[in-house]
Design a protein. Structure first.
Length: 199
């Protein structure tokens, strides 16, 4: 993905001290969604450790370089249908998931209520417990720290790109486990609405 021009990205101090939760706005353009995901979750280096586990280098920190959190992107069409995509961090692309609109509707409605009615582009974080558990005996607290770091990165990068970002308090459980029928191997660790802001 081509980097945006220097003028399009604010200076670091401006971002850190001016960052705010900004409500409203419209769904992200593909260009801005790509710019956001590139700076938060793109895999810069991938080192296979075994058949299941990889150590990765990304823009955001993660315990043991395990990066157990996947990002699903939920968007609402003009007809009110919801589409769900998975961010492929190796190929910097979105993969359409075969998930019915009705299956993600409770998650969307809960997130929208938490965000004061904001309905733009929903990015939700889904943790694969086994990635961190493969290295650490007590993975839960480390996964939650990873989620906090990722959410902070989303918030800062969104501000730098002049986008709105509303971090959300709900975890998404048990909805995530129900949507993916994972039998406890996946769980939601929060997310955010991101949006184009009106000039």
């Amino acid at each position: 993905m081509p980097f945006l021009t220097k003028d399009a990205v604010q200076d670091f101090d401006d971002v850190v001290f001016a960052r705010r939760t900004r409500y409203g706005g419209t769904p992200l353009s593909r260009e801005n969604l790509a710019a956001l995901l590139w700076r938060t979750a793109y895999c810069l280096q991938d080192q296979p450790l075994d058949q299941r586990i990889h150590a990765k280098r990304k823009p955001v920190i993660s315990a043991g370089a395990r990066h157990p959190i996947d990002i699903i992107v939920i968007e609402r069409s003009p007809s009110m249908d919801l589409s769900t995509k998975l961010y492929d961090d190796l190929n910097h692309s979105l993969l359409t998931l075969d998930i019915a609109s009705g299956a993600v509707r409770p998650l969307w409605d809960m997130a929208s209520m938490a965000a004061k009615g904001t309905c733009s582009t929903l990015c939700w974080f889904v943790a694969q417990v086994g990635k961190t558990a493969g290295k650490y005996e007590w993975p839960d607290s480390l996964i939650w720290r990873d989620a906090g770091a990722l959410l902070q990165q989303f918030s800062l990068v969104s501000h730098a790109l002049s986008l709105g970002c509303v971090p959300l308090g709900p975890t998404g459980n048990p909805g995530i486990d129900d949507i993916f029928r994972s039998n406890g191997t996946l769980f939601g660790v929060g997310g955010c609405f991101v949006s184009e802001l009106q000039a």
